[in-house]
Design a binder for this molecule. Structure first.
Ligand SMILES: [Zn+2]
Length: 194
């Protein structure tokens, strides 16, 4: 863009977002110039504020602005649903479920990427099992998700907690967050004991 330095910086900033290539970033940058000053200021503020305020729930690992997330603070259940990332909670909350507690692993075990059980929040999960009757392993139905689910099942079953896995129906290799509501509801209802 005629080497206008500030515009180049803005375009580069947009290309940092998923699915935004150079062309789209340029379109966004032009649009920003057309917006009222107030909108642009609010946009910039919202970015900085979200980044500085949003952190992880100390108990379940979900996004929150507080020490504990809303679900941990208000919900009572003896079932914990274990997911890979906070986005998966949003997907499961949209399905018809019985109001589980959650536990976010923040990753999966991946020998390929040199990530072992100690690199994700498994210890924290084990520390939460007092009074819990069932753990639903809702990691993605891909290789890493299966490896992680099997590893956790082996750890937890001897502790006398029922361990279940989402029923198949969600396409193998796909991401939980892209499963539609009906499929996800069914996968939860038909979950199988491991
Ligand atoms: Zn929480």
């Amino acid at each position: 863009m005629n080497n206008i330095e500030s515009m180049e910086r803005l375009i580069y900033a947009f290309t940092r977002l998923p699915g935004v290539g150079r062309k789209t970033a340029e379109r966004y940058a032009y649009r920003v110039l057309e917006l009222p000053d107030e909108d642009v200021t609010n946009f910039a503020k919202a970015l900085v504020e979200a980044k500085s305020k949003v952190k992880f729930c100390t108990q379940c690992g979900n996004f929150t602005e507080n020490d504990l997330c809303d679900i941990c603070r208000t919900r009572h259940s003896d079932v914990i649903c274990v997911v890979k990332e906070p986005k998966d909670i949003v997907a499961i909350e949209k399905s018809k479920n019985e109001g589980y507690l959650y536990h976010v692993l923040h990753g999966t075990i991946s020998p390929m990427e040199n990530r072992g059980p100690n690199d994700i929040r498994i210890k924290e999960l084990i520390g939460r099992l007092d009074g819990i009757k069932e753990v639903i392993l809702a990691t993605n139905p891909d290789v890493e998700g299966e490896v992680t689910a099997n590893y956790i099942a082996k750890l937890i079953k001897p502790l006398g907690v029922k361990v279940t896995r989402l029923a198949t129906g969600i396409q193998m290799g796909s991401d939980l967050q892209y499963a539609d509501e009906v499929t996800l509801t069914k996968a939860l209802q038909d979950r199988k004991e491991m």
